[in-house]
Design a protein around this ligand. Structure first.
Ligand SMILES: [Zn+2]
Length: 56
């Protein structure tokens, strides 16, 4: 079985992968959806993360 990065994380649709939300006339704020990372974990990504944490 092979896993590609696209299976684990997706570019954040909220901030379009930038990690910040741009609001007109206001300061940029950190994207709450991805916590400023610009990517969000898929269900598969979260499963893998749990697995890794368990065995660390
Ligand atoms: Zn985001």
């Amino acid at each position: 079985m092979s896993i590609s990065m696209d299976d684990l994380e997706l570019s954040c649709w909220e901030c379009e992968g930038k990690g910040v939300i741009e609001q007109q006339g206001k300061q940029q704020t950190e994207c709450p959806k991805c916590e400023g990372k610009g990517t969000v974990l898929t269900a598969q990504g979260q499963t893998l993360l749990h697995f890794i944490k368990k065995h660390l």
